[in-house]
Write a protein that binds this ligand. Structure first.
Ligand code: MTE
Ligand code: MO
Length: 519
């Protein structure tokens, strides 16, 4: 070692180590906070709460972009982004703290305060939920200071002698902290990603048989064409849309549903009382307003529940009320016309989906299902409150974000077979798909080739006007490439519009159009 080391080089190496100290110390803080939250308040973790604030803050178009780019991977994308930003900030905190005692700690306090604020703004935050972000901040600050202190004592550089006491002390401290962070993080990840808590709650639930069984599925409602989606969507394949990073873990014995607002008397109902009510079973096809023409944010399930109108009748809505603002355990809201919840369409407080308790990500233990309305104005998952109010006074989550305050599902149809861009054998080609016009019913489906005349398809009987219908059509295709379109007509005789509209503000329109090559 004859080369002399400049001060600059020495500081460069030290700064890199300082950045590592920041990442390791803050990593331990975050992991400790998440672990603690797992015990103290499983439904509010600091990281999830911060993620929720980010989701609530990003503009609607950015959310739509994320969904269209990453599909259901949009949450993984968000989590990775939060993780990456945290790592960068933590590295900066380490460097700041090395440069100037207290500067990195200040950054940690700021981040901790953001976490605390995020947690406290979550709807179901109990006082105990404040502990994890505070503890996380203290742990992060403590270890950041300890590590930087040891780094300062060591003063690394290529000339520092091999295994000095100071170096060993620093390395031991760093490795110990890193191991603790990884262990805490792993335990938390296992607990959380497996959703052990929530699925244990779910396993403990036994559903009653319906007092009013579901409508018979008519013979022939499910066509046998290969490639068609099943008439009833299995729970595991059901689309999922919500703003929850991790679904809230709601324990049925702790669950109550409150009816508040413009009512003669407030009503509270617990889960056991709800389960003892005469339940009805109904097939209902729910759809997302964000579903683009030809999209798959739609699914049909057999729901088990108690009519919302019965609960509202107990509370007695006051004259002048025209909306019910339903709220979830994580603070999300939907504004539904009071009329749609009290008329004969069987809007229900659903506890069952396809013969099982609601899956956690589909709203366990209780959600609303309202035939005929898009999910964002009706299908509140992890339901906790119904506030009887007026459209003039309240608005649901998506309304100030650019979506319409009313969301009836529009008449639409989709080609599922053959696939867009596929090749087929020239001659008679079997086309098939689904069509829907919830609560009105579909009366006709037609297809056309290359903008020619419409040909009527075979329309399978629907389960009810509240579900989708399957259709099939044999279409003559000559050699070459073709454009094929579909349109549905509802039972009032109104055909779906050809006018292309984007999903915002109240649902996409236009004909689903695919291209196939006949050989
Ligand atoms: N608590 C809560 N409920 C919610 C949402 C949400 O973000 N949070 N999203 C709604 C939307 S936009 C739709 S389309 C449906 C989707 O229900 P699913 O995920 O069971 O398919 O849930 C609705 N219920
Ligand atoms: Mo939606």
């Amino acid at each position: 070692m004859s080369r002399t080391i400049s001060k600059k080089e020495r500081t460069g190496t030290a700064l890199r180590w300082a950045a590592v100290c920041g990442v390791v110390a803050i990593g331990l803080g975050v992991a400790a906070g998440e672990l603690l939250a797992g015990f103290l308040s499983p439904s509010v973790s600091p990281v999830t709460a911060l993620g929720g604030v980010v989701i609530d803050a990003v503009p609607g178009w950015a959310k739509d972009l994320a969904v269209s780019l990453f599909g259901t991977g949009d949450k993984i994308f968000l989590i990775s982004t939060i993780a990456a930003v945290t790592v960068v900030l933590a590295a900066i905190a380490g460097i700041l703290e090395f440069r100037r005692n207290g500067a990195g700690l200040a950054l940690a306090v700021l981040a901790g305060a953001a976490g605390l604020a995020a947690v406290l703004t979550r709807a179901q935050a109990a006082p105990a939920a404040a502990i994890p972000p505070v503890a996380a901040t203290i742990v992060a600050m403590l270890f950041l200071r300890l590590l930087i202190q040891r780094l300062e004592t060591w003063r690394p550089g290529p000339d520092s002698n091999g295994m000095s006491l100071a170096r060993r002390s620093f390395v031991q401290m760093l490795a110990g902290t890193a191991i603790a962070a990884v262990v805490a993080g792993t335990v938390t990840a296992i607990v959380r990603t497996a959703g052990i808590v929530a699925s244990d709650f779910r396993r403990a639930v036994t559903l009653p048989a319906p007092a009013t069984p579901a409508e018979q599925v008519p013979k022939g409602a499910a066509l046998t064409l290969d490639g068609l989606e099943p008439l009833v969507t299995p729970n595991a394949d059901f689309y999922r849309i919500d703003t929850a990073l991790i679904p809230p873990a709601v324990n049925p014995p702790d669950w109550t549903l409150k009816v508040t607002g413009m009512v003669e008397r407030e009503v509270q109902m617990d889960f056991a009382t709800l389960l003892a009510k005469p339940m009805i079973a109904r097939y209902v096809t729910i759809a997302c307003v964000s579903n683009d023409v030809g999209g798959d944010l739609i699914g049909n399930a057999l729901w088990l529940g108690w009519p919302v109108r019965e609960l509202l009748a107990m509370a007695g809505p006051k004259a002048g009320a025209d909306m019910v603002l339903s709220r979830s355990a994580d603070g999300w809201t939907a504004g539904t016309p009071l009329e749609a919840l009290t008329d004969n369409r069987d809007a229900i407080l659903a506890v069952g989906m396809n013969g099982e308790a609601l899956p956690v990500e589909h709203g366990f233990p209780v959600r609303m299902i309202v035939p005929g309305l898009y999910g964002y104005v009706s299908a509140t998952k992890w339901l906790t409150e119904l506030k009887v109010t007026r459209f003039a006074d309240d608005e649901g989550y998506w309304v100030p974000r650019g979506w319409s305050d009313h969301g009836p599902i529009k008449t639409e149809s989709r080609i599922d077979v053959p696939r867009d861009g596929g090749s087929v054998k020239a001659g008679t080609v079997q086309f098939g798909g689904v069509a829907w016009a919830q609560h009105r019913g579909v009366s006709k489906v037609e297809v056309r080739v290359d903008g020619g005349a419409w040909h009527q398809a075979t329309l399978a009987p629907g389960i009810s006007s509240d579900t989708w219908y399957q259709w099939q059509a044999g279409v003559e295709l000559a050699h070459g490439s073709h454009e094929v379109q579909v349109r549905a007509t509802d039972s009032s005789g109104t055909a779906q519009t050809e006018v292309r509209a984007a999903p915002a503000p109240d649902g996409a329109t236009g004909f689903h159009t695919i291209h196939v090559t006949a050989n």
